[in-house]
Design a protein around this ligand. Structure first.
Ligand SMILES: *[C@@H]1O[C@H](CO)[C@@H](O)[C@H](O)[C@H]1NC(C)=O
Ligand SMILES: *[C@@H]1O[C@H](CO)[C@@H](O)[C@H](O)[C@H]1NC(C)=O
Ligand SMILES: *[C@@H]1O[C@H](CO)[C@@H](O)[C@H](O)[C@H]1NC(C)=O
Ligand SMILES: *[C@@H]1O[C@H](CO)[C@@H](O)[C@H](O)[C@H]1NC(C)=O
Ligand SMILES: *[C@@H]1O[C@H](CO)[C@@H](O)[C@H](O)[C@H]1NC(C)=O
Ligand SMILES: *[C@@H]1O[C@H](CO)[C@@H](O)[C@H](O)[C@H]1NC(C)=O
Ligand SMILES: *[C@@H]1O[C@H](CO)[C@@H](O)[C@H](O)[C@H]1NC(C)=O
Ligand SMILES: *[C@@H]1O[C@H](CO)[C@@H](O)[C@H](O)[C@H]1NC(C)=O
Ligand SMILES: *[C@@H]1O[C@H](CO)[C@@H](O)[C@H](O)[C@H]1NC(C)=O
Ligand SMILES: *[C@@H]1O[C@H](CO)[C@@H](O)[C@H](O)[C@H]1NC(C)=O
Ligand SMILES: *[C@@H]1O[C@H](CO)[C@@H](O)[C@H](O)[C@H]1NC(C)=O
Ligand SMILES: *[C@@H]1O[C@H](CO)[C@@H](O)[C@H](O)[C@H]1NC(C)=O
Length: 749
């Protein structure tokens, strides 16, 4: 082909493409300039930063730094100078391409000019999103390839057989795609034919049809085998741990894989640095001997069904930096030896049954970033070393039984602190609220007292502040309203007094100040919170006007609770809260139905009980939540007229007692086929008890007492009824008691 200047070769290339089929590529590859191939490859994809999101797990940290190298590519420069491109010094062949975390989005079809780079030795396209396309069989034509990395790139479908043609491969990483599948013939070829392979990473690939024991045939030179979450099932000989050069072994989250027997090899010389066997069941003896793996840096044995105490011998793993043993059933004390590991940076023992106090004296731990002991039965006071860890970033002691006061935190790097659900008392130390990097602080459900400290500054990054269900008092300090990054504020269930000021931040999604002694009106700034999802101000002494100006912008609001306050409703201008699914206005002194509800389509729970709402049940309310309403409470109002036909199939709880409803109970109520509790007591209902109600197999509470119902008590209860409570007294019913009713709970006539 007469394509001289490579700038023109894009055009040449295109015409070439139209006249060739992928199978003839290889014969003509050498005639296409690698620069034009790269250029055309670049043009076939778009740039989108969301195609390279960063992820962190125990083993993977990917795309922390992501930027489009291709954006700096210049057509008038030799492609060997482009970012991410590596050429052979003498031949000028492109031998390396690293476009990892490059924001690339779009498919790689088999006609892609990527496959016109026959001399590639290393290819890294990890951390992009190739539009859920298949891994093309053309990848098998990179005969010189030693390193192929297509992890975390949105590939789908079967791994092509042709991968096994890459006989020079040393490293193959296809992990974390969108559901790749590897089948036995391809797998067999990969392990038998790719004799140079040292690293194989297929995390989250479907390997359900692969026999685990085929792993025993891996070459003894393997250094990395990572098959996390691969649906491997069946028995595996522990000898996999005896691969003489293995450094990384990740078989975690293969829930149906069973390691049988202890490995028959001399572990003292093991080179293993990373071991994740989470969610695999195996022998306790194995755990006791893990401490012989002297080189281990990362050990994850989560959810392995271990019981008994944590072996103190784990303290012999002096190289260890990451240790996670969550969701087992470990009992006994927390071994001091774990807290003396000199290089420890992460220790996670959540969801076990550890008891007793934390050790009092611990030294070292200079590198500890993460300490998580959530959901155990630890008790005693918080030891002072906990407040002095110089590198601590996350501390989670949620759900234990710690007592005593929270100590003074030394200024440090803490970002996340959760001490909720303990028995801590005393006041909140000011030092806690002066931690500059703090983003989450949760102290819910303790016995903390006194006011929130005044004069707090910094906290520029605080997203979540949650101190509900304590005994805090005093007024809400002004710094609380100035937090620039606040997304979630929860101070419900305390004894705060005074008024709520205007918030400076617009990012609030969750606000709970319920069950305090707050008064005044609600701040104007709430009307700007268009991200607000959940708003609870219940049980205060607030005066709230439910009106358009205040609420019409809250398009994301799902939960609204103003109960037990003084609410008034302005129905003059109506507006829409399209996502509202729960509204609670009970005990709020209202006299009208809130008309804005008319346009909600997903209402699941509506509580208007104990108010002064009068008049007829509005017809429009019979349409609101037709497909979603599960809970309706209208108790203790002044409603009159006939009882509405609320035959919503999702309705489970209907309370309308203590009103002035008249007329018959509509038998269409039985079309509410999920109805579990029906309370229409203390009205003026007349007529008979609809038979269909007593035929119900889902109703467990039927309360119709104190009405004017007459006729026979229906005698035909269903054999499969689940009634717990039937109350029909205070009516003019007659006839014998039905025999077909098995009495489980109470019933009164
Ligand atoms: C590569 O593609 C990106 C957009 O996808 C573009 O900004 C850039 O200019 C292209 N580079 C060249 C050399 O064409
Ligand atoms: C693949 O590339 C990603 C992104 O650069 C990197 O994090 C990962 O470690 C690479 N895999 C291998 C086996 O080197
Ligand atoms: C490449 O293949 C895809 C899918 O087979 C097709 O849609 C596209 O038009 C082809 N591009 C060229 C330049 O032939
Ligand atoms: C690997 O596979 C290729 C093609 O299938 C074959 O030519 C070659 O002999 C195989 N090599 C080994 C070592 O099995
Ligand atoms: C894995 O692949 C098998 C077919 O080999 C399929 O039956 C199974 O549903 C797949 N599992 C998942 C979780 O996709
Ligand atoms: C290991 O490979 C040999 C052939 O090389 C085969 O006969 C044997 O069945 C394989 N073992 C397993 C457990 O797959
Ligand atoms: C295990 O290996 C160590 C060092 O590599 C050696 O000193 C020891 O004798 C070996 N033990 C056995 C039982 O082979
Ligand atoms: C967990 O271990 C107990 C005995 O300690 C056993 O009865 C139970 O079946 C195990 N559960 C699983 C899921 O392996
Ligand atoms: C390992 O730890 C146990 C208990 O902590 C100790 O008795 C033992 O001597 C240690 N073994 C080695 C080899 O350090
Ligand atoms: C801590 O718990 C242990 C056992 O669970 C108990 O014996 C001990 O009295 C508790 N200590 C305190 C201070 O509550
Ligand atoms: C707050 O509570 C403490 C005791 O818990 C009490 O001493 C103090 O007077 C209270 N302050 C206010 C303002 O109510
Ligand atoms: C609503 O409109 C009526 C009639 O126009 C007026 O009397 C009433 O004051 C208005 N209510 C409010 C709360 O603005």
């Amino acid at each position: 082909m007469g394509c001289l200047s490579w700038k023109y070769q894009v055009l040449c290339l295109l015409s070439f493409l139209f006249h060739s089929t992928p199978s003839s590529f290889s014969s003509s590859l050498s005639s296409i300039s690698p620069c034009s191939a790269l250029l055309h490859f670049n043009h076939s994809l778009s740039l989108d930063s969301s195609a390279s999101p960063s992820i962190h797990t125990s083993s993977i940290q990917m795309c922390d730094i992501s930027y489009p190298k291709t954006a700096s590519w210049k057509e008038d420069k030799d492609c060997c100078t482009w970012d991410g491109v590596l050429c052979d010094q003498t031949t000028r062949h492109v031998i390396g391409l690293d476009l990892s975390c490059n924001w690339l989005r779009g498919p790689i079809h088999s006609n892609s000019t990527l496959f016109f780079l026959p001399h590639l030795r290393t290819l890294n396209l990890a951390g992009n999103c190739f539009s859920r396309s298949l891994i093309s069989s053309e990848f098998g034509n990179f005969k010189a390839l030693t390193h192929l990395n297509l992890s975390y790139s949105c590939f789908i479908g079967k791994i092509p057989y042709e991968i096994s043609h890459l006989s020079s491969l040393v490293s193959l990483d296809l992990s974390l795609n969108d559901g790749l599948l590897i089948e036995t013939p391809v797998w067999k070829r990969v392990i038998h034919n790719l004799t140079q392979l040292r690293e194989l990473l297929l995390d989250e690939t479907n390997m359900s049809s692969i026999r685990p024991n085929s792993l025993m045939n891996l070459s003894s030179s393997f250094t990395t085998l990572s098959l996390n979450g691969c649906y491997l099932q069946g028995k595996l000989q522990n000898n996999i741990l005896c691969l003489p050069n293995i450094q990384t072994l990740d078989l975690g989250f293969n829930d149906n894989l069973h390691l049988v027997s202890l490995p028959k090899c001399n572990w003292s010389s093991s080179t293993l640095k990373f071991l994740d066997l989470s969610s695999i069941s195996f022998l306790r003896e194995f755990l006791d001997s893990v401490s012989s793996l002297k080189s281990l840096k990362v050990l994850a044995l989560n959810n392995c069904n271990f019981t008994g105490s944590i072996p103190t011998s784990l303290g012999n793993l002096t190289q260890i930096t990451y240790l996670a043993l969550t969701a087992n059933s470990f009992k006994g004390l927390m071994p001091l030896s774990l807290l003396n590991l000199p290089n420890l940076s992460t220790l996670i023992l959540d969801n076990n049954q550890l008891v007793g106090p934390l050790p009092n004296h611990v030294s070292g731990l200079l590198n500890l970033n993460v300490l998580s002991l959530r959901s155990n039965f630890l008790n005693g006071t918080l030891p002072s070393w906990l407040f002095n860890l110089p590198s601590l970033v996350r501390l989670n002691l949620y759900g234990n039984q710690f007592i005593g006061e929270i100590g003074e935190f030394k200024p440090n790097s803490l970002e996340y602190l959760d001490l909720s659900d303990n028995k801590l008392h005393g006041s909140i130390p000011r030092s806690l609220l002066n931690l500059p990097n703090l983003s989450t602080l949760s102290l819910d459900n303790n016995q903390l007292v006194g006011p929130l400290p005044n004069h707090v500054s910094g906290l520029l990054n605080l997203n979540v502040l949650s101190i509900s269900s304590n005994f805090l008092n005093g007024t809400l300090p002004s710094w609380l309203f100035d937090l620039p990054s606040l997304m979630s504020l929860s101070l419900g269930g305390n004894q705060f007094i005074g008024e709520i000021s205007d918030f400076k931040s617009n990012s609030l999604e969750f606000l709970d100040l319920g069950h305090n002694k707050l008064q005044g009106s609600i701040p104007r700034s709430i009307s700007r919170f268009d991200s607000l999802i959940d708003l609870s101000l219940s049980s205060n002494n607030l005066s709230i006007m439910l009106e358009s100006e205040m609420f019409s912008k809250l398009k994301n609001l799902q939960y609204l609770d103003f109960s037990n306050n003084f609410v008034s409703i302005n129905n003059n201008v109506t507006y829409t809260l399209p996502n509202l699914n729960q509204l609670n206005l009970s005990f709020s002194n209202i006299s009208e139905f809130p008309i804005f509800l008319r346009t909600t389509t997903n209402l699941q729970s509506l509580d208007l009980s104990y108010n002064r709402i009068y008049g007829q049940f509005p017809r429009w309310l019979g349409d609101v939540g037709r497909d979603s309403l599960q809970f309706l409470d209208l108790r203790a109002n002044l409603l009159q007229g006939s009882f509405p036909t609320l035959s919503f199939p999702s309705l489970q709880y209907l309370f309308a007692s203590n009103n002035k409803f008249t007329g018959e109970i509509p038998s269409l109520i039985c079309n509410a086929s999920s109805l579990n509790v029906l309370d229409l007591s203390h009205n003026n209902l007349s007529g008979m008890v609809p038979k269909c109600l007593v035929h119900s197999n889902v109703l467990s509470v039927l309360d119709l007492r104190m009405n004017s119902l007459h006729g026979n008590i229906p005698a035909t209860f269903s054999k499969r009824n689940i009634f717990r409570n039937i109350n029909l007294n205070g009516n003019q019913l007659e006839g014998p008691l039905p025999r077909s009713l098995k009495i489980v709970g109470t019933w009164k006539f």
